[in-house]
Design a binder for this molecule. Structure first.
Ligand SMILES: [Zn+2]
Length: 141
């Protein structure tokens, strides 16, 4: 890549397409949600990528409102039998939650790559030199 990549390019363009956040060519996933070990085009090691439950959480929290509103609307408007919810609300819930997880996970991984996000670590200060007994004796006297 010769041009400078912006956050929009990296996160939206490559993330939504589930492509490598560095080159945009290699595939990010092996299966539906399992991450490939590295980019097949540029060799970027994907071990930095750990969105954990982030994609599922954000998709569920976003889609829970329309799915719940849909179920409540059906219940209040038609007062149907329970099986009607199994053929209307459950498919609506599955179709609104499962397909967006993959591109959302791609976006979170691209965001991690672009912003160099990683797990927090404590910085250990360098060890102070050990005091000798003469230092201790000099202070006490
Ligand atoms: Zn790549």
């Amino acid at each position: 890549m010769t041009k400078t990549m912006t956050a929009r390019d990296t996160i939206l363009k490559f993330g939504l397409k589930c492509r490598c956040p560095r080159c945009g060519k290699g595939r990010l996933f092996n299966g539906f949600l399992s991450l490939a070990p590295k980019c097949e085009a540029c060799g970027l090691d994907y071990s930095f990528a750990d969105p954990a439950d982030g994609p599922a959480f954000f998709v569920m929290m976003t889609m829970a409102f329309p799915a719940t509103a849909f179920a409540v609307w059906i219940e209040l408007a038609y007062e149907p039998a329970l099986w009607v919810h199994f053929v209307t609300t459950v498919p609506f819930l599955l179709l609104s939650c499962i397909p967006p997880i993959r591109p959302f996970k791609g976006m979170l991984i691209a965001s991690q790559y672009f912003h160099k996000a990683e797990e927090g670590r404590f910085e250990v200060p360098p060890q102070a030199p050990a005091r000798s007994e003469t230092d201790t004796e000099a202070r006490s006297s």
